[in-house]
Design a protein. Structure first.
Length: 334
């Protein structure tokens, strides 16, 4: 009799536990979906700030159903590996430059073309327009969601000697990214392009292997390149954006339609947070470099026109490959 009562009590407890669990499921206490987000930048950098904001907003707008864990400072590898991981579905979000995306989504190569925009405002008018959305949509051909573009500044020249005119650039050995479009445009401007890994730049300048580099001034500061190249010339010959990509395979599997729409919408609007953080950081970097005695050189329009004229051959070379996108970008930016 006693054992029967114990059995009955045990069965009642099991039924109550099952009922409570079912009730919890019905009340939105389902298992939390965890998503992983990787960036090569530290949490304090504009891209890191955007990633943190993304995680917080996703948690808030999904009522905690979706949790985003951010891996900063290259903890999960480099940008090329983020693209590959997102394709495989082992990473959910990756913050990458549009430059390495070209190997996976060829249309992204158009964003490396020189002097594509007249200003940053015009660039964002384009990237936030239907043309920008259409360009992001091409990522689906590589099993990726192109979520948003991010600001990555404008690439300008800095060197051991001042570049005050177009003629001053002629013959200088300038390090470039390992991108054929970037190599072609620097050569077209009369310099000698030297493809090289980013980590090798400082020592290469010191040893005389190269005379300078082309990049934005916050990176110029953070990498201490100002110590070996004290002259920075604002010609802003190319503005290659960063991108937020997502794994189509992973998001389609892990999230229902409602939460997937919420998460992707947050991501699509994230560029505004990142852009504000980037511009704040850009001003701080400029002021810091001025305090260090760096000479910033702003070219007159007559010299900029010489730089623009020199890269006409690059547009001719890539007309078949990017001509349609170039026309769309130019039209959207008017």
């Amino acid at each position: 009799m006693k054992s029967s009562r114990v059995l009955i009590i045990f069965m009642v407890m099991v039924l109550m536990t099952t009922a409570l669990f079912a009730s919890g499921q019905q009340n939105g206490e389902a298992e939390v979906v965890e998503l992983r987000y990787a960036t090569v930048h530290p949490a304090s950098y504009p891209n890191g700030i955007a990633a943190t904001a993304f995680a917080e907003e996703v948690a808030a707008k999904t009522d905690g159903r979706v949790k985003v864990t951010v891996y900063y400072a290259g903890e999960l590898g480099d940008q090329k590996s983020y693209i590959e991981q997102c394709q495989m579905g082992t990473l959910d979000f990756g913050d990458v430059s549009a430059s390495p995306m070209v190997s996976f989504v060829p249309a992204m190569g158009v964003l490396s073309m020189p002097f594509l925009y007249e200003s940053r405002d015009q660039k964002w008018d384009v990237l936030s327009s239907d043309v920008g959305k259409d360009l992001l949509a091409t990522c689906e051909s590589a099993d990726l969601y192109g979520v948003s573009f991010f600001e990555a500044g404008a690439r300008s020249y800095y060197a051991k000697t001042p570049i005050r005119t177009f003629e001053d650039l002629q013959g200088l050995k300038i390090r470039v990214m390992q991108s054929q479009v970037c190599i072609d445009q620097v050569n077209a401007m009369g310099a000698s392009a030297v493809p090289m890994a980013f980590s090798e730049i400082y020592s290469a300048i010191q040893s005389g292997v190269i005379d300078g580099n082309e990049c934005n001034h916050p990176t110029y500061l953070s990498q201490s390149h100002y110590e070996v190249c004290p002259y920075f010339t604002f010609d802003e010959h190319v503005q290659i954006p960063d991108m937020l990509i997502a794994s189509k395979k992973s998001l389609d599997k892990k999230l229902d339609q409602k939460d997937r729409d919420i998460v992707l919408e947050i991501g699509r609007n994230l560029w505004q947070t990142q852009l504000k953080a980037y511009e704040d950081n850009e001003q701080i970097a400029y002021d810091t470099l001025v305090d260090k005695g760096i000479e910033f050189i702003t070219l007159p329009q007559s010299e900029i026109d010489k730089f623009r004229a020199a890269v006409a051959s690059v547009y001719d070379k890539y007309e078949d490959e990017y001509g349609i996108w170039i026309d769309k970008i130019k039209s959207a930016g008017k």
